[in-house]
Design a protein around this ligand. Structure first.
Ligand SMILES: *[C@@H]1O[C@H](CO)[C@@H](O)[C@H](O)[C@H]1NC(C)=O
Ligand SMILES: *[C@@H]1O[C@H](CO)[C@@H](O)[C@H](O)[C@H]1NC(C)=O
Ligand SMILES: *[C@@H]1O[C@H](CO)[C@@H](O)[C@H](O)[C@H]1NC(C)=O
Ligand SMILES: *[C@@H]1O[C@H](CO)[C@@H](O)[C@H](O)[C@H]1NC(C)=O
Ligand SMILES: *[C@@H]1O[C@H](CO)[C@@H](O)[C@H](O)[C@H]1NC(C)=O
Ligand SMILES: *[C@@H]1O[C@H](CO)[C@@H](O)[C@H](O)[C@H]1NC(C)=O
Ligand SMILES: *[C@@H]1O[C@H](CO)[C@@H](O)[C@H](O)[C@H]1NC(C)=O
Length: 446
């Protein structure tokens, strides 16, 4: 359980280094700060300006259309997804890289943009991965991404100048719990497992990492599904995507992530809420913001200020939905109401679970095998759509400890709806219509 809380925040910091591979002499150096919580992390004005130029350039380029030229027979790409490890905090999607295609699992993350995998050669700076290591030298379709490509993280730093001979863009992206560094490349990716639903997409910009922290257990990289140009969603011009997260404790079952026109949610019980426009500034421009107006436990509406989760004009606050964060994090004023409401319904003794779980409100079960008492559902009241969380989606138990699977942070900072709260739900991100739709589902039977 401790790892679930450690995995809680992802995508915090990016460093961009533009250098020449041949000489090793860095020609331009840019750093940029990606933060989850808005204020408080210093970043030089130079850096912000370079990034803003970069973002503008990116936004002016529309994603490659998956649709055929007549605009009708559009393609959908798919990837099987599964929970990483019994104690891990992430959901993994399987895709394949290069020619011939090499299959690997990667963390599916709607809270960041970069697609990356580990690349040979790498020594002790690479972590152990469950699939064979991808070697760009063994693929006929690998290329170093040109520094003046609109997808290069270094293009802003060139400021329109031609790239130095042999220029390669090197990055070091830091997340809440780890980092990864390498060179930007371009490759053919293959999606889908069966021949019938297989799609090969050339020229996808990705990070070829040769050094990473040791926080990526069970995966061989990450796939960014955010709003930025580097994300898989944007590079495919997918327009919409859907996933269904299997039960958190179930590492055996799989479900399917779909990107493109076949990603759809229909039937009864579907609710839709508009995305709130993201601030233009990175990293907030990456995130999918929702308008959360209130929270109920059972039939009791908690007395939370309607502004508690609102996105401020300066880009602080707000609430995002993030598949790459595990535990939902609420502004403290709201969290304390939720905490008090849960506590008032439970007669078990509380215990300090912070050491073993990192969570703040925990109860002692009579024995390690005791089933937790029944609890009413919790409802998140989004604009025009109620999201109903059964007890198993907001309480987590293990080894005789039963905890509220939510945490608090400073009022005014950004809140995050994590993947623990998204389990057993079919979720559709319609980036064109700017809506999030969801419906309860048995994801392990899809
Ligand atoms: C990840 O691996 C390290 C060592 O390889 C291990 O100590 C840690 O518990 C693992 N984390 C998870 C979530 O399994
Ligand atoms: C990773 O690749 C870069 C660029 O080729 C190189 O400068 C660096 O030394 C490599 N790092 C490791 C740990 O191999
Ligand atoms: C990038 O630079 C090369 C060499 O200067 C040039 O041939 C190419 O057209 C440029 N590409 C873009 C997209 O600007
Ligand atoms: C990447 O950044 C992290 C965090 O700042 C740092 O610990 C790590 O050493 C850096 N890695 C490389 C290869 O520069
Ligand atoms: C998952 O698979 C393993 C090994 O096949 C099995 O021991 C375990 O009971 C399964 N778990 C579930 C939840 O089905
Ligand atoms: C539901 O969506 C799927 C996937 O797009 C589609 O095949 C099916 O026909 C839809 N069903 C209805 C009733 O619209
Ligand atoms: C989070 O809640 C705990 C107790 O529930 C409190 O001690 C702590 O100060 C709160 N943290 C923040 C950032 O408000």
């Amino acid at each position: 359980m401790s790892s679930t809380s450690q995995m809680a925040s992802l995508a915090v910091l990016v460093f961009l280094v533009c250098g020449t591979l041949a000489s090793g002499a860095a020609s331009v150096r840019v750093g940029l700060t990606r933060i989850h919580s808005g204020p408080g992390i210093p970043a030089s004005q130079l850096v912000r300006d370079a990034l803003r130029r970069d973002m503008h350039r990116h936004h002016s380029r529309s994603g490659r259309e998956l649709a055929s030229s007549d605009g009708t027979a559009a393609t959908t790409v798919s990837a099987r997804t599964h929970k990483d490890l019994p104690n891990g905090g992430e959901y993994l999607m399987t895709l394949a890289i290069g020619t011939p295609p090499l299959s690997y699992p990667a963390v599916a993350d709607t809270g960041s943009d970069l697609i990356w995998t580990q690349c040979a050669p790498c020594g002790d700076q690479c972590f152990k991965q469950p699939a064979p290591l991808y070697n760009p030298a063994s693929s006929t379709t690998f290329a170093v991404l040109p520094c003046n490509s609109s997808l290069s993280m270094c293009v802003g730093a060139l400021a329109g100048a031609p790239p130095p001979q042999g220029c390669a863009c090197m990055y070091n992206q830091t997340y809440g719990t780890g980092w990864t560094a390498g060179v930007q490349g371009s490759e053919t990716f293959t999606f889908g497992s069966a021949a019938a639903d297989q799609a090969r997409v050339p020229g996808v910009a990705f990070g070829c990492s040769n050094a990473s922290s040791d926080d990526w257990n069970g995966s061989a990289g990450l796939v960014g599904l955010g709003r930025g140009t580097l994300s898989l969603v944007s590079q495919l011009g997918a327009g919409r995507f859907s996933y269904c997260l299997t039960p958190f404790q179930d590492t055996n079952s799989t479900s399917t992530l779909l990107l493109g026109p076949s990603a759809a949610l229909n039937g009864t019980g579907v609710r839709s809420t508009p995305f709130v426009a993201s601030p233009a500034k990175a990293p907030m421009s990456t995130y999918y913001y929702l308008n959360l107006n209130g929270i109920s436990l059972g039939t009791t509406a908690l007395s939370i200020s309607p502004n508690a989760f609102s996105l401020k004009a300066d880009g602080t606050g707000g609430l995002i939905i993030d598949s790459g964060t595990t535990i939902t994090s609420l502004v403290n004023a709201a969290y304390q109401k939720v905490r008090a409401a849960v506590k008032s319904l439970v007669t078990l003794p509380t215990i300090d679970g912070s050491g073993s779980t990192g969570l703040d409100l925990c109860f002692a079960l009579p024995s390690p095998t005791s089933a937790p008492p029944a609890m009413p559902s919790m409802t998140l009241h989004f604009d025009g759509a109620d999201m109903v969380l059964p007890a198993d989606s907001y309480m987590i138990s293990g080894s005789g400890v039963w905890c509220l699977a939510m945490r608090n942070h400073t009022d005014g900072a950004m809140s995050t709806l994590g993947n623990y709260q998204q389990q057993n739900m079919h979720i559709l991100y319609d980036v064109r219509k700017e809506t999030l739709s969801f419906a309860p589902a048995k994801c392990n039977t899809l």
